[in-house]
Design a binder for this molecule. Sequence first.
Ligand SMILES: [Zn+2]
Length: 94
Amino acid sequence: MHVKYTSIWSCGAEINSTAEYDPITGELDVEISNSMPDDSSILKREYITLPDEEEIEVCTDCHAFTMGVVVGDNADFSYGQTSVCRNPDCDSNS
Ligand SMILES: [Zn+2]
């Protein structure tokens, strides 16, 4: 699936690119954009926009998979929705 990819940086830059997205596995293949923010800028958020305008968060650790929403017990013992990376090998899941 062809989707729009957007990254938001701490300097205020918003960089748009395109990506190939597999909604079954959550895997993302982002086309590298020519424009990059300042070296000191920190990535704040990245997400894709589906053809029906739905926005899905992208993992800021591996940048290669979207986040899935899981309902259950959180690490702080509260109960509710948490976002987890759909990449089983991602550092954010360990
Ligand atoms: Zn990840």
